[in-house]
Design a protein around this ligand. Structure first.
Ligand SMILES: *Cc1c(COP(=O)(O)O)cnc(C)c1O
Length: 406
């Protein structure tokens, strides 16, 4: 059994008051709070074990390098990858997806080739493909979700042509909490020679990931949503794709030799990690991966389903609230609005006065907002530390909104 009361004690910030009210933090889809183990690991790095990595031959550099590279091994295990060369550290999903665009697609796609993109995508999995279109003349082919916020392979199939080279799709929607059957999508795409790029930014927080079982070519996630430090992320690159990639950022670390005429490169992953990385942050990410791995993930998922179910049921009772793609299979993320009365920002402001933190806006998913026909929504996104009592506070605060705005 998962004990949420005990679990909350790991997160110092949760006992804060905001606006004189106990904090109810429901903005986890944007970033999650950090447990003591992550905070202490970052602190310990700077206090006791800090120097630049991969360069010095001195004591501190060695220990920092050892700790840093140990995180790569943890990430290999966490994602079910096969070796450390498949794990590239980035500053987050955004950089990771840009690296796929510049490092792989720019090299391997040509004018007229088609990329399938879903309307569910975060801008981080849209804009790099717009860039590629400008540079290379590739065509972006969009696939829309259904009323559950789902995209199945059956919906993708009609979009596939002989020119389809790649599909860029989220594993879990950051607006609806819908989880896509990426295993099926990747299997079908692989059979057709289509490269698969999965955005796992939300999915890694809620699901156990096994990239080998999924069978994708690329998988990305961002550390700060997974209880880890900001400025950390991972790009998983299937071994088969590594030799097809070129580096995107040049500089120190990524080279073997540099002369006035020539550069020879280091191997993966270092070839893709130019410059001094976020050393303490990555080491902190290691603590976050340990933290998540140490949980009983089955019990955790059960708790998340239960709390999601509770939130959905309670929100459903507010018949004046417009709910966007609420579906029983969707997890942890709820988007709603009060069309015709309050703007999403007004709702968020009233909630904030009651200590409740939600996100309002387009959630970096403007094509999706256009698709559902609203400029913005409010999004309550849950983490493991959220409780039924906090959902009740959300509901009470929304009722206050309704009173104010009618
Ligand atoms: C947050 C998020 C991103 C971007 O992550 P960054 O940490 O800002 O790089 C990309 N995709 C999805 C689905 C997200 O939720």
């Amino acid at each position: 059994m998962f004990d949420v009361v005990e679990f909350r004690k790991e997160f110092p910030i949760l006992s804060k008051k905001v606006n004189d009210k106990p904090l109810v933090y429901l903005d986890n889809g944007a970033s999650s709070q950090k447990p003591i183990s992550v905070i202490e690991t970052v602190k310990n790095c700077y206090k006791n074990e800090y120097a630049n990595v991969h360069r010095g031959l001195h004591y501190l550099s060695n220990i920092a390098t050892e700790k840093y590279e140990a995180v790569r091994d943890k990430a290999v295990k966490f994602l079910g990858a096969t070796s450390h060369e498949e794990i590239i550290f980035t500053s987050g999903s955004t950089e990771a997806l840009n690296l796929v665009s510049y490092g792989w697609a720019n090299q391997n796609l040509k004018s007229g080739d088609e990329i399938i993109i879903s309307t569910l995508e975060h801008h981080a999995n849209i804009v790099p493909w717009h860039f590629l279109r400008s540079r290379k003349g590739v065509k972006l082919v969009w696939v829309d979700p259904d009323e559950k916020g789902q995209i199945s392979f059956d919906m993708i199939e009609p979009k596939i042509s002989s020119k389809t080279k790649m599909i860029c799709i989220t594993h879990m929607s950051n607006v609806f909490g819908s989880i896509l059957d990426v295993k099926k999508i990747c299997k079908e795409c692989a059979e057709r020679g289509i490269i698969t790029v999965l955005d796992g930014s939300q999915a890694v927080v809620h699901l156990e990931i096994d990239v080998a079982a999924i069978g994708c070519d690329f998988y990305t996630f961002t550390g700060h949503k997974l209880y880890g430090p900001t400025g950390t992320g991972v790009l998983y690159v299937n071994k088969k794709r590594i030799a097809e990639m070129i580096p995107f950022i040049g500089g120190g670390e990524m080279i073997k030799n540099v002369s006035k005429e020539n550069v020879t490169y280091n191997q993966s992953p270092f070839i893709f990690e130019a410059g001094t990385p976020g050393i303490a942050e990555v080491i902190g990410l290691g603590a976050a991966l340990d933290f998540v791995q140490d949980l009983d993930r089955q019990a955790v998922l059960k708790y998340e389903m239960a709390i999601s179910e509770y939130a959905r049921t309670e929100l459903d009772k507010l018949d004046w609230l417009v709910k966007h793609c609420f579906h029983k299979d969707n997890v942890a993320i709820f988007s709603f609005s009060m069309e015709g009365s309050a703007h999403a920002h007004d709702i968020a402001t009233i909630l904030d006065a009651n200590g409740v933190a939600v996100r309002s806006g387009h959630h970096c998913a403007q094509p999706l907002m256009n698709f559902i026909g609203v400029p913005a929504t409010c999004r309550a996104s849950l983490a493991l530390y959220n409780t039924e009592q906090e959902i009740d506070t959300l509901i009470q605060s929304l009722k206050k909104c309704k009173k104010l705005f009618g």
